[in-house]
Design a protein around this ligand. Structure first.
Ligand code: GLN
Length: 351
């Protein structure tokens, strides 16, 4: 059975533990390296980040947690916990775990509005807003290309994000009665690292002939799509299949990410905001380094000329949405190995 650890050095760890237990999840308080044995995921609670870091140092847990984070332990940082996860802080303070490609500003809301509550849209949790409690909260100032923003304030600033097995929220879900984020962490993030499907909960078998891939040799797939649900699916499902996934909702930033990261495959939506996927594809092809990168359109757009237009724009192939997950993986593997992919009609998943 899955056990979730809650770092219990300082802050509101008890509330997290009680919420997990209320959901029927085994939870253990973590104070020493040994307490980490046998936990499949860890929550770092809110509190006072400098105090928590000090206690992590004196208990020797800091290096252990840094190593476990590098090895892929699912970790969710709430508020001060998010500060601990960050690679970069905006101020002089030293980053602690340096696990997540985010820049975080502490106490971002100033003294007057130290604390406030607001309803946030968090699409991965469904349509109902999430009542979020912010207490002397930090904010995410910048995210790297591998980070998926899950929620923003009305002014656009990110307050929840995910990067593979890492989840960060600037607010305190454990102080509400809403268990959806705890469920998301346990069932989907920890579940994925344990090998169960993220969207339907059934076990995902890794491709058995290959075994788990070393991080360094996982093919990188860049997904450019302005539908957060599609990005979420691409990321969670394809990561479960052993790929490294980069996502972006914006075509032009997709080009920048592609130039920097040189993905092995690009999945590209056609009907993007701003420039269309066809335009983005043409621009990608203008980059010398990306001239041969496989680009597969993944689109609901349909027209008898789709394949011809896609090829003229420089695409390697086309898949219709919603793509059958197995077909998606088969096509990625085909283009990775330089084989011709099926025509759109053959690749079409829906009846
Ligand atoms: N302001 C705190 C810090 O910087 C975080 C507050 C919280 O976790 N609620 O550590």
């Amino acid at each position: 059975m899955t056990t979730i650890g809650v770092l219990a050095l300082q802050g509101d760890f008890r509330e997290h533990r009680e919420m997990l237990e209320g959901m029927g999840v085994l939870a253990g308080e973590v104070r020493t390296a040994r307490d980490l044995d046998g936990v499949q995921g860890l929550i770092i609670p809110g509190g006072e980040s400098t105090t928590i870091v000090k206690l992590l140092r004196t208990s020797g847990l800091l290096e252990v947690l840094q190593r476990r984070a590098r090895e892929g332990l699912p970790i969710w940082g709430t508020c001060a916990g998010m500060i601990l996860l960050a690679n970069r802080l905006d101020e002089a303070g030293l980053p602690a775990l340096q696990a997540m490609d985010i820049t975080v500003r502490r106490n971002a809301f100033g003294r007057q509005v130290d604390s406030f509550e607001t309803d946030l849209a968090i699409p991965i949790l469904g349509n109902d807003p999430f009542h979020a409690v912010f207490i002397r909260a930090p904010i995410i100032e910048a995210v790297g290309p591998g980070v998926e923003v899950l929620a923003r304030l009305p002014d656009g600033r990110p307050v929840a994000a995910r990067q593979g097995p890492l989840l960060a929220t600037a607010f305190h879900p454990e102080l509400t009665r809403d268990t959806r984020l705890h469920r998301f962490f346990v069932e989907q993030i920890v579940g994925q690292s344990q090998g169960s499907c993220l969207t339907c909960g059934t076990p995902i078998e890794r491709r058995s002939h290959e075994g788990p891939r070393e991080a360094a040799c996982r093919p990188t797939v860049l997904c450019i799509d302005d539908d957060p649900l599609v990005l979420h699916f691409d990321r969670t499902f394809l990561e479960g299949q052993g790929y490294r996934i980069l996502v972006t909702e914006d075509g032009l930033s997709g080009i920048e990410i592609a130039k920097q990261e040189r993905p092995d495959v690009i999945l590209l939506d056609v009907m993007l905001r701003g420039l269309s996927g066809f335009d983005i594809c043409r621009k990608l092809r203008e980059e010398h380094a990306l001239a041969d990168t496989p680009i597969v359109f993944l689109t609901v757009f349909d027209s008898p000329n789709l394949r011809a237009i896609a090829r003229a724009a420089g695409a390697t192939g086309v898949l219709h949405k919603p793509a059958d997950p197995e077909m998606l993986v088969a096509v990625i593997e085909q283009v990775l190995h330089g084989k011709i992919i099926p025509s759109p009609r053959e690749s079409c998943s829906e009846p």
